[in-house]
Write a protein that binds this ligand. Structure first.
Ligand SMILES: [Zn+2]
Length: 406
């Protein structure tokens, strides 16, 4: 991979004029100076007035699921429940090698779209065994020069419902996974969901790691796991170390209760990840018309200063037949789904695929300031607004100062 010494004629978010971004050989940004107008030598890149941003971040992905649509039975109802059922049957016979091959394809696709950090969930449990985890960890090892990947152990079929899953979560963390995952709403009763949440906090304490839990991924207004999780996060003083993924049911609560829950999420310092494409696709399936949009209350969470991120979630699998790994596409959908169309709101959506997930993933030295890691993306447009409108692919992607795509 070629080391780059300077990106010339670069535009930076929120700044006027053009800059030359000089890179150090240790893979960091050395200094930023007004552009001299020079064009690039072979170890330089000419951004030609295009926007340069830090790596895009996909805060929620399932690498073990990617490109599995054709090898799993068709999801005829289009619901989350049916997808889990078919996926559960299919993963029983999957090999670690086949998972690795599909994960590598998804990683390379995301890198070509400018993604430099991924948080992926990976199934463990009686159907998955440790094979899916092994496959994804092998893919991470093989691509560690291209992208930073955090792996979340994910008991897709429940913890109390699926005996042995908890021990396999522990085994996954011992194998090198980074976070405790969960699916609190996928237990038999509300009491079991509460026990599920307690067990996540116990395991996270045991390994001193963060939690990222699929939670209330349903339109059912009675699904209230998020308030249990947020109050636990307050009790156990886990500010900015707990993420709630999806949180769809929040949109179906009455406004009074939703306001209380949003206050609690803010008090707990929880991060929330919305997955616009998948939430639009899987939710609202029991509605006639009008159909709910399925996403959480993004605008209201932002107003309450909650750190909200957006994820791709799925690429061509039984949960979602589309998905490209292009975070501008996820943002494009989010702008539509929650009416985030004012110029300042479009910038907020840009934050949801860059600085907000950097905070949720607790990345250090992320950004475009001197001293930051030179994980940079050169875009063929002048603004994030245009990047969303055209769902662009980058003209250059750098990881630690080296060109990783194209
Ligand atoms: Zn997910």
């Amino acid at each position: 991979m070629k080391a780059i010494t300077c990106i010339r004629n670069a535009r930076l978010r929120g700044k006027e004029f053009l800059f030359d971004i000089h890179l150090d050989h240790d893979g960091t940004i050395a200094k930023i100076e007004p552009a001299t107008g020079a064009t690039g030598t072979p170890d330089e890149i000419d951004a030609a007035g295009g926007l340069v941003i830090p790596s895009l971040i996909d805060a929620h992905l399932h690498l073990d699921l990617a490109y599995s649509l054709d090898i799993v039975s068709a999801n005829k109802s289009g619901t989350l429940t049916e997808a889990i059922l078919h996926w559960s049957a299919a993963k029983k016979t999957m090999t670690a090698e086949s998972v690795k091959v599909r994960a590598l394809r998804a990683i390379r696709e995301e890198v070509s779209c400018g993604v430099g950090f991924i948080r992926t969930h990976v199934d463990v449990g009686s159907a998955a065994g440790m094979r899916l985890c092994e496959g994804v960890l092998a893919a991470r090892e093989q691509t560690k020069e291209l992208v930073g990947i955090q792996v979340v152990v994910f008991p897709q079929d429940g913890i109390l419902k699926d005996r042995g899953a908890y021990e396999q979560m522990r085994a996954g963390l011992e194998m090198g996974c980074d976070l405790v995952g969960g699916i609190a709403h996928n237990e038999r009763t509300d009491d079991d969901s509460k026990r599920h949440i307690d067990m996540l906090f116990d395991l996270a304490d045991e390994f001193d790691c963060d939690i990222d839990c699929h939670i209330d991924e349903t339109d059912n207004p009675e699904s209230k796991c998020i308030e249990v999780m947020a109050s636990k996060a307050v009790e156990r003083r886990r500010r900015n170390r707990v993420t709630g993924s999806h949180v769809c049911a929040l949109s179906s609560y009455n406004d009074v209760h939703a306001s209380k829950v949003i206050g609690l999420i803010a008090e707990a310092g929880m991060n929330v990840v919305t997955n616009p494409g998948v939430n639009l696709h899987l939710q609202g399936r029991f509605d006639r018309y009008p159909k709910r949009r399925g996403l959480t209350r993004v605008t209201e969470l932002l107003e309450a200063k909650v750190n909200v991120c957006a994820g791709q979630d799925c690429i061509k699998d039984p949960f979602y037949p589309l998905g490209t790994g292009n975070m501008f596409e996820a943002g494009h959908l989010l702008i539509h789904a929650d009416h985030l169309s004012q110029p300042e709101q479009i910038e907020q959506v840009a934050d949801m695929i860059t600085v907000n997930p950097a905070r949720a993933l607790r990345l250090e030295n992320y950004g475009t300031d001197p001293g930051c890691q030179a994980d940079l993306v050169v875009l063929p447009v002048e603004s994030m607004h245009e990047a969303f409108r055209l769902r662009v692919k980058p003209t250059a992607v750098l990881k630690r100062g080296k060109l990783v795509s194209p």
